[in-house]
Write a protein that binds this ligand. Structure first.
Ligand SMILES: [Fe+2]
Length: 334
């Protein structure tokens, strides 16, 4: 439960609404500062304590969904619930609608109050979902001490490659695709949440059995994204995020995993991700190895186009290489 509390504390701090997280048995996980202003009693509640109905009758009604509007501190809140079944967490969020209510009252349009807020609510849920994913990616990275900064570096490399491809009018690519892939690439290893610390943090070569368990992260990642982003308004985001998590270890020649996809059966977003992922593994320091020199890493990359990587992407990698090397020179010296 401590892990969950950390995950949510991390992203709650970035949100502008009051938020409270509990588990399905109403055990308290965390609340942000804004929520503590609405329910100051929560400040003394320790994580994992069951919020009993007698002590928190109104909070109970809100968590059960029987009450959608809450008034406190001379403010009116539109209250929503988002359930993350896969991680057993319920998030209660409070959006301050005082001003909208006052305006609607002035215009005598009270009856429209709920529908007026629906679009805003959908956007908010989407924001929560994306932040949960990003926070999960951060937690996974912080568990894997050997890959600190991997998410950011691969993100930046993916963006650089895609921008170059876009300028060259690469077939099937447009600005929206670039924007979505750039934001979803941080989730590529999200399935590693299912990999045990013993394997993830092992200082040395994995056994065959450990490696096969590690390989599950691709499939698990795809499924996890399906669950967490379920109902997201933009289906492209769900599809692209799932493709990246599920297929970033597929290889052009069909020898990758989890589905041994060949060539263009592998979604473009995953083909680009694979280049950034492998290059980062080569030139970054790990607890068991020093960074590989750029010429040696580049030689391996060059040999891999047509085998591991899509050969049509080689020209973009070559074009970006000077920028990528100078980026890593700075990153490795930091
Ligand atoms: Fe991976």
């Amino acid at each position: 439960m401590t892990d969950k509390s950390n995950i949510f504390e991390n992203f709650f701090m970035q949100m502008t609404s009051a938020l409270i997280a509990v588990d399905p048995e109403f055990r308290f996980i965390v609340a942000n500062e804004l929520a503590l202003k609405i329910f100051p009693q929560l400040a003394s509640i320790i994580t994992d304590t069951v919020l009993c109905q007698a002590e928190f009758p109104e909070l109970y009604e809100l968590l059960n969904g029987s009450k959608k509007i809450y008034k406190a501190n001379a403010k009116i809140y539109d209250v929503g619930i988002k359930e993350f079944d896969n991680i057993n967490v319920k998030v209660l969020w409070f959006r301050d609608v005082t001003k909208e209510k006052e305006t609607l009252a002035l215009l005598k349009l009270d009856q429209l109050e709920i529908s007026e807020t629906l679009l805003e609510r959908d956007r908010f849920i989407q924001e929560v979902q994306e932040k949960v994913i990003t926070s999960l990616a951060d937690v996974i990275e912080s568990r894997d001490e050997s890959t600190g900064g991997h998410v950011k570096r691969t993100n930046d490399t993916v963006k650089l490659l895609l921008d170059t491809m876009l300028r060259d009018n690469y077939p099937g690519l447009d600005e929206n695709f670039v924007k979505i892939v750039s934001s979803c690439s941080s989730m590529h290893d999200i399935g590693k949440i299912s990999v045990s610390d013993t394997i993830l943090l092992k200082n040395g070569k994995l056994t065959d059995d450990e490696f096969s368990k590690m390989k599950h992260h691709a499939e698990v990642g795809g499924n996890l994204i399906d669950k967490v982003l379920d109902g997201i308004e933009d289906e492209n985001v769900l599809r692209i995020a799932r493709n990246i998590a599920n297929s970033h270890h597929e290889k052009w020649d069909g020898s990758g995993y989890p589905n041994k996809l060949h060539g263009e059966e592998i979604p473009l977003e995953a083909r680009v991700m694979a280049i950034a992922d492998v290059y980062d593994a080569l030139v970054s320091k790990r607890c068991y190895k020093e960074p590989m020199p750029f010429p040696k890493a580049n030689a391996i990359m060059q040999e891999s186009f047509g085998k591991h990587f899509d050969p049509s992407l080689k020209k973009y990698f070559d074009e970006c290489l000077p920028q990528i090397e100078s980026y890593y020179e700075t990153a490795n010296n930091d």
